[in-house]
Write a protein that binds this ligand. Structure first.
Ligand code: 5RP
Length: 264
């Protein structure tokens, strides 16, 4: 593998553990000012010391994160649709030149398999991989966002495998029963999205199950920053991802750390 590509992947997936806690704060690109991400700068700043990678759009990166940060950036480069329209009809929004200018360690785009715009979004992935590989930049393909599809092992396995076949270097998907089949059929690392906000205990269980069944980490958003105690939550997630903590131990840590975390 190209040295630059390998080096950038190792900025995203930490070589010490082979795992990653990616902090996803890209939601506004189709959801607008999502609850507790209205002021992105305020949400992101206290969490940055605990994030292995920050996933966001160029607009939020430029306006809401200091350029002096040493947290690697995975830049979302697909969008152009909203929750009010056809979500799957995405375009590539950001050029590779701009991604390089912003010192991105990786670029991310969504694919919508089984949707009306399946072919276009897969075509976007192919074009992005072709361009990004010219510069040794890894591509993270985000699968299965939206409400239309049943997120079972068969569907998610299909999505992840297709993403990898078309050249994605990392795939982001959802956890499901039989997740090991999804992982087994996907030759590149998988990170798991958190999905809608659930109880902290459940989100930690989700993290644990994902890792146990073969994910290399999480790319988590709402279950961290929509918690009343986001800093405690991201630390608890880290304990599972990097230190193989049990969900019970991580939840104990969450409760303990929450006493010192600023309540919203
Ligand atoms: C949306 C995304 C989000 O980053 C992803 O859904 C992760 O965030 P959450 O844990 O809140 O689901 O890629 O397209």
């Amino acid at each position: 593998m190209d040295w630059g590509l390998k080096n950038r992947i190792s900025q995203i997936i930490k070589p010490a553990t082979g795992r990653t806690v990616m902090l996803a704060v890209d939601h506004g690109y189709f959801l607008g000012p999502t609850t507790r991400l209205e002021n992105a700068r305020q949400t992101i700043a206290p969490l940055l010391p605990y994030a292995d990678t920050l996933m966001l759009t160029r607009g939020i990166l430029r306006t809401s994160v200091e350029a002096t940060t040493n947290v690697p950036i995975v830049l979302r480069v697909s969008g152009g649709t909203s929750i009010l329209g056809k979500l799957s009809n995405e375009i590539i929004t950001t050029s590779i030149r701009d991604a390089i200018r912003l010192n991105a360690s990786g670029v991310a785009l969504s694919i919508f398999i089984g949707s009306e715009h399946e072919k276009e979004t897969l075509s976007n992935l192919c074009s992005l991989v072709n361009e990004a590989e010219e510069y040794g930049i890894p591509v993270l393909a985000v699968t299965a966002v939206g409400k239309e599809m049943v997120r079972d092992a068969r569907y998610l396995g299909l999505c992840c495998r297709i993403a990898a076949e078309l050249g994605a270097h990392i795939v982001k998907t959802y956890y499901c029963d039989g997740f090991e089949e999804v992982v087994g059929g996907c030759p590149v690392p998988i990170v798991v999205a958190g999905g809608k906000k659930i109880e902290e205990k459940e989100a930690l269980q989700l993290t644990y199950d994902s890792i146990k069944h073969g994910a290399v980490g999480v790319d988590m958003g709402r279950n961290i920053w929509q918690s009343d105690y986001p800093v405690a939550m991201i630390q608890a997630v880290r304990e599972i991802v990097h230190n193989n903590a049990s969900p019970e131990k991580a939840y104990e840590l969450f409760k303990k750390t929450a006493t010192t975390d600023k309540r919203r």
